[in-house]
Design a protein around this ligand. Structure first.
Ligand code: 5RP
Length: 251
């Protein structure tokens, strides 16, 4: 007897479940469609942005993009871009950036972001603050109703000098939100050190911190604070990749 091969009706075929990394890649490739030859590009940091930088390198190699200048947002991305042969510069030489592509840890309905769980928030904020367009790329797990309310960390970059003093000030400032401030550790249990030689304090909140602009200003007024991971009103576009497809949200 011969084996009968039956075509499965499309409606009965099992759904294709994409991994989180595949979703990140889909969002990243979509964002790179916004890149044009001659642009000064902010290159983001993290596992999502890495796909975008890879893709930009590939398009340069294939000759489909030309005369790109990349402004990396971390030493790690700088190394990646160099290995791909992407020409690099910095904000001193290129104070205006055409387009930045970067990931985020949380995205709220107003396109405000939390960034910095990868520790690169300061350079990211400097580069993305200098951009005409900032395209943020995420998989759908990053969408939240309120920033900092997900039980995950709100990162704050602080100077190492008397870090406990600064961490305590941050915790006390948000005690009404049930804030616990923890120094971020590196792989060997020593303090995590940023590209700028600073520490990161992660704020764990039980409830959201209320008005984000007020919270932002208050954090930045603490002398030992360098920058925080709330990116308010900075993303011009957010590309969300989900199981049901890509959603593009514009400011
Ligand atoms: C690093 C960041 C990253 O963009 C953020 O942590 C998202 O990372 P990933 O794409 O790996 O989820 O802000 O400082």
């Amino acid at each position: 007897s011969s084996m009968e091969v039956l075509a499965t009706p499309p409606s009965l075929s099992p759904p294709v479940v994409l991994t989180q990394d595949e979703l990140k890649k889909i969002a990243a490739y979509k964002a790179v469609e916004f890149v044009e030859s001659g642009m000064v590009l902010g290159l983001g940091t993290g596992s999502t942005a890495k796909h975008a930088v890879d893709r930009i390198g590939e398009l340069l190699r294939l000759g489909k993009l030309k005369n790109i200048v990349g402004i990396p947002t971390s030493k790690k991305t700088q190394e990646q871009a160099l290995s791909l042969g992407i020409p690099l510069s910095d904000l001193d030489s290129h104070p205006t950036v055409d387009l930045a592509i970067d990931g985020a840890d949380e995205v709220d309905p107003h396109l405000n972001l939390v960034k910095g769980r990868g520790g690169s928030l300061l350079r990211e904020k400097m580069v993305e603050g200098a951009c005409k367009k900032f395209v943020c790329i995420v998989d759908e797990s990053k969408l939240v109703n309120h920033l900092g309310g997900s039980g995950l960390a709100m990162p704050v970059e602080i100077v190492p000098f008397c870090w406990e003093f600064t961490a305590r000030k941050l915790q006390n400032m948000f005690e009404d939100s049930g804030c616990v401030a923890k120094l971020r550790n590196g792989a060997k249990g020593e303090p995590f050190v940023t590209d700028n030689g600073n520490y990161i304090v992660d704020l764990y909140l039980q409830k959201n911190m209320g008005d984000l602009r007020v919270a932002s200003d208050a954090i930045l007024r603490i002398a030992g604070v360098v920058e925080h991971g709330m990116f308010l009103d900075m993303a011009t576009t957010v590309i969300v990749a989900g199981e049901l497809g890509i959603t593009i949200k514009n400011k």
